[in-house]
Design a protein around this ligand. Structure first.
Ligand SMILES: [Zn+2]
Ligand SMILES: [Zn+2]
Length: 154
């Protein structure tokens, strides 16, 4: 079974358990957030980009984190990480942390890579690069000698 299938099954279990039958689960390609909850649209989402670089337990915890947001919203109309949310986090069984960054989390790398013509080091960008950057390893301010050559990775 793939991690993707495993998460879908986990969603089905949780959806039934918490009465979220009119909610939808989606995969996203977000590279800066593990997951999100859009309560007005009744959507919870987990990032496929993070799934490539993190264990299934991290991803299941993310799903539960977003479900805790859904339940918290249904009860209070709020979407923050206050004590009300923490109560739901504990109830659904995820880490009651603001977000699952830090220890052991592997951030997916950006698809746009700037390569320094002098030292050869790479800088990753998450969005299309629209202006010139110079290498932060070689200079502290913009310097065209260290202008990064942008290549698109996949
Ligand atoms: Zn959150
Ligand atoms: Zn450099």
């Amino acid at each position: 079974m793939t991690s993707r299938e495993e998460l879908i099954i986990e969603w089905e279990i949780q959806k039934a358990k918490w009465g979220l039958s009119d909610w939808e689960f989606r995969f996203s390609n977000q590279k800066r957030h593990l997951g999100y909850c859009r309560p007005r649209k009744k959507v919870v989402s987990v990032s496929l980009a993070f799934m490539k670089t993190n264990s299934i337990s991290v991803m299941k915890d993310t799903l539960l984190h977003e479900i805790a947001h859904a339940l918290h919203y249904l009860e209070t109309g709020k979407t923050n990480h206050n004590n009300g949310w923490k109560k739901f986090a504990l109830r659904v069984g995820c880490e009651p942390k603001r977000c699952a960054t830090g220890e052991g989390l592997q951030m997916p790398r950006g698809n746009y890579i700037g390569v320094c013509p002098v030292c050869g080091k790479e800088t990753h960008f998450y969005r299309r690069v629209r202006r010139s950057y110079s290498c932060s390893h070689c200079t502290n301010s913009y310097d065209s000698r260290y202008r990064l050559n942008i290549v698109v990775a996949d």
